[in-house]
Write a protein that binds this ligand. Structure first.
Ligand code: PBG
Length: 316
């Protein structure tokens, strides 16, 4: 296809190794598939500059807003985010123009001495700052010490190498993009660890009134978009009534009447002691409806009460 514009497309990226790798990947896709020139423009975000815990900075949205500001102010034309870091509410003036094919969405363990979770001795120190990972790990009853950790992928792995932690849990997708899969000592089955909604997928955004919306749509993978739409609908529906740790994963599977979407989700109390786990399937073209229905059923089963559950008082 002809280049939609004569000027180079400015693609905004955060400076981290993962962000520049992801952005470089999308820049290549745009060059190959749309035949446009692309230049990378670095954008600093509060999430990169500060080392405060993410929870005190308004969550992972801090990584996203600086890139969106750069888009709206016309400093860049395209922004690439990890979809799991993207808030579910649509942003004014911004289009989610494409979601390319997803990487393997599972979480992985990087442990000392090639160990798996089950092989780590009781009392081993596992670093993760994610409430979703903490609660699901706690629910496994392995007797691990779960400790907060910050820093990029490289820093987290180094903290295991240097003996500060016995293990860390990371998204497989990040390691795959960085060419670090050889560090993985165990891939966690979603039966035990459901990933974050959107994990492993990229979001390509542009201004909603830009002609790029149509051009970028060629990079969209409909199966990935359907899956992450269902997962994010669980998140946005539960967010209204529940701030519990949440995992969700959808796959396009072959059903009796052709392709359908199979969705599973779990909401847990912070200590993993209580959880509401459900699954459902539905038509691929009603992904949002499927996610909303599953989340409503989860709310009816008490998902909203998990954080304030009486067991916190009873068993302390
Ligand atoms: N929380 C930060 C973050 N955002 C996206 C990824 C990895 C790539 C992805 O999930 O798409 C990571 C690192 C991690 O969770 O290990």
């Amino acid at each position: 296809m002809n280049a939609p514009t004569s000027r180079p497309i400015r693609l905004g990226t955060r400076a981290s190794a993962l962000a520049t790798t992801q952005s470089g990947h999308v820049a290549d896709l745009i060059r190959e598939r749309l035949g446009c020139e692309v230049e990378l423009v670095e954008v600093a975000t509060e999430g990169d500059v500060s080392s405060a815990p993410l929870a005190t900075m308004g969550g992972t949205g801090v990584f996203v807003s600086a890139l969106r500001d750069a888009l709206l102010e016309g400093r860049v034309d395209v922004a690439v985010h990890s979809l799991k870091d993207l808030p579910t509410a649509p942003a004014d003036g911004i289009a989610l123009a494409a979601i390319p094919p997803r990487e393997d969405p599972r979480d992985v363990v990087v442990a000392r001495d090639g160990l798996t979770l089950g092989e780590l001795p009781v009392g081993s120190r596992l670093g993760t700052g994610s409430p979703r990972r903490v609660s699901q790990l706690a629910a496994l009853g392995l007797g691990l010490e779960l400790e907060g950790i910050r820093g990029n992928v490289d820093t987290r792995i180094r903290k295991v190498r240097e003996g500060h932690y016995d293990a860390v849990v990371l998204a497989r997708a990040g390691l795959a993009r960085l060419g670090r899969l050889e560090e993985v000592t165990e891939v966690l089955d979603p039966l035990q660890m459901l990933p974050a909604p959107g994990q492993g997928a990229l979001a390509i955004e542009c201004r909603s009134d830009d002609e790029l919306v149509t051009a970028l749509a060629q990079l969209d993978d409909p199966a990935t978009r359907a899956a992450v739409t269902a997962e994010r609908a669980v998140l946005s529906t539960l967010e209204a009534g529940c701030s519990a740790p949440l995992g969700a994963l959808a796959d396009v599977v072959e059903g009796d009447d052709g392709d359908e979407l199979w969705l599973r989700a779990v909401a847990l109390s912070e200590d993993g002691g209580l959880s509401v786990r459900m699954s459902a399937s539905g038509p691929v073209d009603d992904a949002a409806g499927l996610g909303q229905r599953l989340a409503s059923e989860m709310l009816a089963e008490g998902a909203a009460d998990l954080m304030t559950a009486p067991h916190f008082e009873d068993h302390q």
